[in-house]
Design a protein around this ligand. Structure first.
Ligand SMILES: NC(=O)c1ccc[n+]([C@@H]2O[C@H](COP(=O)([O-])OP(=O)(O)OC[C@H]3O[C@@H](n4cnc5c(N)ncnc54)[C@H](O)[C@@H]3O)[C@@H](O)[C@H]2O)c1
Length: 259
């Protein structure tokens, strides 16, 4: 595959949870539009294989790689600072952070397991905070774009997902607050709220799509196209926004039948 465009040409993007699912798609699509990408994940084999694949596809003909795998546990601040250092050492700068890593857990306040609650908040919310904390020093001089992946569970209530919804709403609040704090450095911070997307995370879920006006779930590429826009200078005046990308699922009650 050859480069699709130069929309994020010259930019360096670090994507957490990029070994598979949506993060892997974001890495591939950002590279296809000219970015150098750092694939950061716990999953070593999948992450390294993806970096090799992207390098084989998008190497610009020189011996300069466009993709790098780094081991990252988003709950560990030292792991984050090491990942940011590796990105800057290899590619010279850091322009874009996609806080994508996440887990999905079940349970209402009544039946959710307390340890699962803590683990969900740690990965899905604290992980974003630690990622921004580690990336900001590297972005401060030249500005940048931070994209925090929330969910529609961070826009409306979500039955039987107490910890997940709390974490994803937290991501929205952290995003808006950080947009205010980091604006003076020209670091933009936006949150993306996908609805149902075909990834390993949702592979086992049994549900219909009647609640979605478009009547289907999303391909990962459809979310990645928004990530490219937010990573690029095309979105240079956007910060603090929460963007639903959900086939209309949060537009209203699609199941209501009024004759
Ligand atoms: N799939 C959907 O329908 C959907 C909808 C809304 C939001 N999201 C969000 O999108 C993001 C990506 O989801 P996905 O569907 O691609 O999930 P996925 O499970 O396919 O991929 C998640 C990735 O995150 C990594 N990860 C998990 N814990 C980690 C940790 N502690 N440190 C580093 N990496 C870690 C995993 O190894 C995996 O590669 C998540 O934040 C998820 O909550 C997904």
């Amino acid at each position: 595959m050859s480069l699709v465009s130069d929309r994020v040409g010259g930019k360096v993007a670090l994507i957490s949870g990029a070994a598979r699912g949506m993060g892997a798609s974001h890495a591939q699509v950002l590279a296809a539009h000219g970015a150098s990408v750092v694939i950061a994940d716990l999953l070593e084999d999948e992450g390294r294989a993806l970096a090799e694949k992207i390098n084989a596809e998008f190497n610009d003909g020189t011996d300069r790689d466009v993709a790098l795998f780094v081991h990252l546990d988003v709950t560990d601040y030292e792991s984050w600072t090491a990942a940011v250092s590796a990105a800057v050492e290899r590619f010279g700068t850091l322009d874009v952070l996609v806080n994508n890593a996440g887990i999905f857990t079940r349970g209402s306040v009544e039946d959710a397991d307390v340890d699962e609650w803590r683990r969900t908040i740690e990965i899905d919310l604290t992980g974003n905070f630690l990622g921004m904390k580690a990336a900001v020093p590297a972005m401060k001089a030249a500005g940048g774009s931070i994209i925090n992946i929330s969910s529609i569970a961070g826009l409306v209530g979500f039955k039987n997902r107490a910890a997940y919804a709390a974490a994803k709403w937290g991501v929205q609040g952290l995003t808006k607050t950080s947009a205010m704090d980091l604006g003076p450095y020209n670091i933009r911070v936006n949150s993306v709220h996908p609805g149902s997307v075909k990834t390993p995370m949702t592979a086992g879920l049994k549900r219909g799509f009647g609640q979605i006006p478009l009547g289907r779930d999303a391909e990962t590429q459809e979310i990645s196209d928004l990530i490219v826009f937010l990573a690029s200078d095309e979105s240079s005046f956007m910060t603090g926004a929460n963007l639903a990308i959900d086939g209309g699922e949060t537009a209203g009650n699609n199941l209501r039948q009024d004759a």
